[in-house]
Design a protein around this ligand. Structure first.
Ligand code: 1HN
Length: 347
């Protein structure tokens, strides 16, 4: 492996001739584009403390009426990727959204896919294609590409949720755009997690013979995720991660095309290593506290904190409590990487 030639190796008039013709030599840039062994990662392993985010978000609530914001959001921007680029990781957009009592965030649909993961507050709701989804802390609500969605708040006190979008991908493809809508008429019916897709392993009979629905379930209530994690914890050897994936109940596959979602229970005193893989991820702390070590960087986490994990990273999670479990919600871009054929699980 000899060192590759640099730009400076080339005569100035040749370089100027290339530039004038919109041509660029590959070899001075080849190793940066294609490093040996492990990708170049500008994404920094960092943590946003909710104790820092919350006051800023409430201040935004005082400073900016919802009509002036459409969506009142503070974006969790990874400094390694440039604060202007709205990337928590190269593929994942993360924002913290605040809605105050009686406010509405108007109906729209767009090409990026979004999910909401509720942090705090009661009385918030999202209407997705006429399906009214209550937003209770820990609930996951999907608003996939092209589906109408609007938010409202019928309770008291602030409601905050984490938005996760595949926006950086869709934007990079110059395919990101939005269409405004008029307010939806919500159906007078509970969301599908309470009716048609009430239990894992059971789907409406007709679903077996017709083509699979893309988004049959758009709300995953935390109450049920938490209970399922507890049951899984009871049969999982210690040191092995207690982890559930959010899936499409009709296909058993990932519930969104680009981003994937999972929930982890760290048992009291438990420390687990996550399998190293080629996906980047974001972790939100549902409850509990502990330490995360990302590629040797140690970060202490508390409830509602959010962390960015670069691609190919070594991750170890430790529950600080010897008596209570801790719960984490994970977003990653593994579904997209799998579809594109370069996902790797190193174990
Ligand atoms: C969006 O549609 C929402 O619907 C929130 O709540 C954040 C960030 C970028 C693009 C679209 C929402 C968003 C967004």
């Amino acid at each position: 492996m000899s060192a590759l030639g640099t730009l400076e190796d080339l005569p100035l008039d040749y370089r100027q001739g290339l530039t004038a013709r919109n041509l660029v030599p590959l070899w001075p840039n080849l190793r940066a584009a294609l490093p040996y062994g492990i990708p170049l990662r500008r994404t920094r392993p960092i943590l946003w403390r909710y104790a820092d985010v919350r006051p800023q978000l409430l201040e935004a609530g005082r400073l900016t009426p919802i009509e002036k914001a459409e969506r009142r959001v503070l974006v969790l921007a990874n400094p390694g990727l440039g604060l202007d680029n709205m990337q928590a990781t190269p593929s994942i957009y993360i924002g913290m959204q605040l809605i105050l009592p009686s406010e509405t965030a108007p109906n729209h649909k767009h090409s990026p896919s979004a999910v909401r993961f509720v942090v705090e507050g009661d009385g918030g709701f999202t209407i997705v294609e006429g399906e009214k989804c209550p937003m209770e802390p820990g609930d996951l609500i999907l608003t996939p590409s092209g589906l109408w969605h609007e938010h409202g708040h019928a309770g008291t006190g602030p409601v905050v949720w984490m938005d996760a979008l595949d926006l950086p991908m869709v934007y990079a493809l110059e395919a990101s755009y939005c269409i405004e809508g008029t307010p939806q008429q919500a159906r007078n019916e509970a969301d599908a997690s309470q009716t048609r897709y009430r239990r894992a392993g059971l789907v409406p009979y007709a679903a077996v013979t017709r083509p699979r629905a893309n988004y049959p379930l758009v709300r995953f209530p935390w109450r049920e995720v938490r209970e399922a994690l507890g049951s899984l914890a009871a049969v999982t050897p210690r040191g092995e991660a207690v982890r559930l994936a959010y899936v499409n109940p009709e296909t058993g596959g990932e519930c969104m095309p680009i981003l994937g979602f999972s929930a982890i229970e760290l048992r009291p005193g438990e420390s687990v290593r996550l399998p190293r893989h080629s996906a980047s991820s974001v972790i939100n702390v549902v409850d509990g506290s502990g330490t995360v070590e990302i590629d040797g960087v140690s970060l202490a986490f508390e409830q509602f904190d959010t962390m960015a994990v670069p691609t190919h990273a070594e991750v170890r999670l430790e529950n600080a409590s010897a008596t209570r479990p801790a719960h984490l919600f994970v977003v990653d871009d593994a579904p997209m990487q799998r579809k594109l054929g370069f996902y790797e699980l190193f174990g």
